[in-house]
Design a protein around this ligand. Structure first.
Ligand code: HEC
Length: 161
């Protein structure tokens, strides 16, 4: 009887020193859940920003044909869409989101201030086109569109594969 009691307390003692297999299993599950969450959060941010840029390309095409067609309200609306997205660009490039199905270059995160400034320049060019479109001069709008396209390329040149 006595020796059984001693054995029992020895077992209990060893359990309290070493983490139980159940606890280890539980913490492994937590780690796996945590890492799969980070991976899917990254995939989300990449696919959302790619969608934002695809909309940009569609807006540029819509603006070009709207200038030709004299539909200046569309020019204004699409330029505003580009301006709104430009404000959000830096927020869609969190640290560590340069992996996976992305053409984002690593330099974005070593030169984040410059990257942010290029997004700001894109926003300014889009806002200028809004103002120009309100004036109703198609030649000035074409020049504004070209200038806006230049601000897209300026960023791609340094930061997109
Ligand atoms: C501040 C930087 C920046 C500006 C400004 C910018 N882009 Fe981009 N663009 C990127 C980066 C970086 C990527 C790559 C994103 C990725 O793959 O994760 C990209 C991707 C794209 C893509 C590919 C989307 C896809 O995955 O299919 C298109 C199209 C695009 N941009 C068009 C534009 C247009 C049009 C403009 C201007 C109206 C513009 N971009 C302005 C940085 C920029």
């Amino acid at each position: 009887m006595t020796s059984l009691a001693i054995n029992k307390s020895t077992v209990v003692g060893s359990n309290s020193i070493h983490p139980s297999p159940t606890f280890l299993h539980f913490s492994n599950v937590l780690l796996i859940v945590f890492f799969s969450f980070s991976i899917s959060a990254n995939a989300d941010v990449v696919s959302e920003r790619r969608a934002g840029f695809k909309t940009n390309a569609a807006s540029m095409r819509a603006i070009a044909s709207a200038i030709g067609g004299g539909d200046y309200q569309t020019v204004i609306n699409q330029a505003k869409t580009i301006s709104n997205w430009a404000q959000k660009i830096p927020g869609y490039f969190p640290e560590g989101s340069g992996v996976g199905d992305t053409k984002a270059r690593a330099e974005i995160w070593t030169n984040f201030k410059d990257f942010t400034a290029l997004a700001k320049a894109n926003e300014t060019a889009a806002n200028r086109l809004v103002t120009t479109a309100k004036s109703g001069n198609p030649g000035a709008m074409m020049a504004g569109l070209k200038n806006l396209g230049g601000s897209c390329k300026a960023c791609h040149r340094s930061y997109k594969d």
